[in-house]
Design a protein around this ligand. Structure first.
Ligand code: SF4
Length: 317
């Protein structure tokens, strides 16, 4: 995951809970992809270190157990960068240019992000996976083209130099599209987030401003909970009452002001254990740094071995 600082409810429901579930029965490696962050944030590179700590604090507060997985910082495993240089020699530029997100992102973010590093993103991403000989990568449907190019690069390496690397399979995860306060996908770039680390009061105020069914203006108007972002979150944080809420909304017996206050209360209760763990971690930032350092040390030992195998297969000294 690219370090983007503090995380929001969409991250928790869409990715973090899946990270945690996967640690059960799998040997998971979770990368803090700070080099990838540079592809679009090279002008704000000094912000990345603080973003790393904030993000990992939220991972841990959400319940990701560093004893049950390996959490490591990409830039502190220099073997990743070295192997990326080696793999970049065998990857045709045309493969990189045809990755769908390449042109989409340039169109969205502007031509100034069209750097060598940005074009080579899939090569670095391949190394992130291949250097740990990962056989599975949790991805959403939209990320399948990235995994496909990774598999192609691995196949090309193995064809040229012998079977050293493993072609990873997709572990397709059902990433729910969590709506933000305005009903669009929850995302920092839309400014529609509910942050995990916010206070109860700040969360309640954000929920109060949330979009609802535009046809439900007064309490007794019949509503459509299925299109309402407040109801989406009610189902998660107050699931036992969801049927009754939907019924009362449709029947014009429940008003949005009342429902929002109820949802905010349940959301704050849902996030309370996470927020408590976060406060404890914030009080000991050196403990978070130590967890990252320990995971990075473990990751580096494995990366070193794979890099040595790669160089030997290529006949480099
Ligand atoms: S009553 Fe609740 S579910 Fe119905 S539209 Fe209003 S906020 Fe949404």
């Amino acid at each position: 995951m690219r370090p983007t600082g503090r995380m929001h409810v969409g991250h928790l429901l869409g990715a973090l809970n899946n990270f945690i579930a996967l640690t059960d029965g799998n040997d998971c490696f979770y990368e803090i992809a700070d080099l990838h962050a540079l592809t679009t944030k090279f002008e704000q590179s000094r912000e990345i270190a603080a973003d790393v700590r904030e993000m990992v604090t939220d991972w841990l507060a959400a319940g990701l157990d560093p004893e049950a997985c390996t959490i490591y910082l990409q830039s502190h495993v220099p073997e990743i960068s070295e192997m990326a240089v080696l793999l970049s020699m065998i990857v045709p530029v045309s493969w990189l240019e045809r990755v769908p997100t390449y042109k989409d992102q340039i169109n969205a973010l502007g031509a100034e992000i069209a750097t060598h590093g940005f074009l080579g993103y899939p090569v670095l991403q391949t190394v992130d996976i291949a250097i740990f000989k990962a056989d599975g990568v949790p991805v959403g449907q939209d990320q399948l083209p990235h995994l496909e190019i990774c598999r192609e690069i691995v196949r090309r390496f193995n064809y040229l130099y012998g079977p050293v690397l493993i072609e990873p399979d997709a572990i397709l995860s059902q990433t729910p599209l969590v709506p933000g306060t305005d009903g669009r996908k929850m995302s920092k770039s839309y400014g529609n987030t509910l942050m995990l680390a916010d206070t109860d009061a700040a969360t309640t105020a954000r929920v109060k401003d949330m979009f609802t069914d535009p046809e439900k203006i007064r309490k007794n108007d019949p509503g459509h909970p299925e299109i309402c972002p407040v109801f989406y979150l009610q189902r998660i944080v107050n699931g036992g009452n969801a049927d009754s809420i939907a019924h009362r909304c449709r029947a014009g017996e429940l008003g949005c002001v009342e429902d929002k206050a109820d949802m905010a209360r349940h959301l704050n209760a849902f996030l309370a254990p996470l927020r408590e763990r976060r406060r404890a971690l914030e009080a000991r930032p050196e403990a978070v740094d130590e967890i990252i350092a320990q995971g990075t040390k473990k990751a580096r030992a494995i990366a070193r071995e794979t890099l040595a195998e790669v160089k030997a297969a290529m006949g480099l000294r």
